[in-house]
Design a protein around this ligand. Structure first.
Ligand code: ZN
Length: 50
């Protein structure tokens, strides 16, 4: 489960410098997503990689 999350995170990091993730369930969401598609939470956090 953790490995699956990391795979998705890493694949996203190769494409852009900012990732968005649901604070509640940890699902990685697309840029501009307001609500998590998995749990419906609007607590989307942004990580800027620099
Ligand atoms: Zn969620």
């Amino acid at each position: 489960m953790l490995t699956d999350r990391m795979d998705r995170l890493l694949s996203r990091l190769t494409r852009r410098e900012t990732v968005y993730e649901c604070r509640r369930c940890g699902t990685t969401v697309d840029d501009g997503t307001d609500n998590c598609p998995e749990c419906g939470s609007d607590a989307i956090v942004q990580y800027r990689i620099s």
